[in-house]
Design a protein around this ligand. Structure first.
Ligand code: URA
Length: 212
């Protein structure tokens, strides 16, 4: 179940998600548990974010007869923003193994907080796909907005964004830059600190995933 505390942002509201977000935020959660929690939360977020993933009826033969099934109208491509987005794609691939995966490499200039792009790779046929753009931390929104700019430049029309923790300023920035893209997340925090980190957030997601 989702509700909208902010237009265009769907907060996954479920006790399971709340419990997992709490454990993820806890500074004492070690990397193996952090990774697993992030993967599990990504599945819960993707479950909601793919609610409007288009399917069409398809007849299926079961061992006992014919059933009405469904098939995807267009392929799913998941595009994690490196490096923290990788834990999200690992979780979602377990739920949707036929999804193709592209990668967007971005880091933040720590002084300007502006994104710097260093890698972009899309699977073949991605321009016709439904793309789920993944970054666990929607902080300033600058990286995600730049990543969405790039996807649109590549001709991708169907984009949905999934994150785990979003900040209000980040959601506002994304909404201004890309009002057509709906955002899904498991928590919405109020503020950013001077370094552009979400507060209270969970710290640096990449460091906590990879133990760096
Ligand atoms: N990236 C993170 O990993 N954490 C934040 O709070 C902001 C950006």
């Amino acid at each position: 179940m989702t509700s909208q505390p902010f237009p265009g942002f769907h907060l996954v509201r479920h006790p399971l998600a709340d419990l997992k977000v709490s454990a993820l935020r806890d500074k004492n959660t070690p990397p193996p548990d952090f990774r697993r929690l992030l993967q599990e939360l990504s599945q819960l977020v993707a479950y909601e974010a793919l609610r409007h993933f288009e399917v069409t009826p398809q007849k299926i033969q079961t061992p006992l007869g014919e059933a009405q099934g469904a098939r995807a109208v267009r392929p799913l491509v998941i595009m994690p923003v490196l490096r923290a987005g990788l834990a999200m794609s690992d979780g979602i691939l377990r739920m949707f193994p036929s999804a193709a995966v592209g990668h967007i490499g971005m880091f933040r200039n720590e002084e300007t907080l502006e994104p710097v792009s260093y890698y972009f790779r899309m699977p073949p046929g991605a321009s016709d796909a439904h793309v789920l753009l993944l970054d666990p931390m929607l902080a300033t929104g600058n990286s995600l907005a730049a990543a969405a700019d790039r996807l649109k430049m590549e001709g991708i029309a169907h984009i949905t964004c999934g994150c785990i923790i979003a900040s209000r300023p980040g959601v506002k920035r994304m909404r201004e830059a890309h009002p057509d893209i709906t955002l899904y997340g498991a928590a919405l925090d109020e503020a950013l600190d001077a370094r552009g980190y979400i507060t209270p957030g969970l710290g640096d997601a990449g460091d906590r995933i990879f133990g760096t």
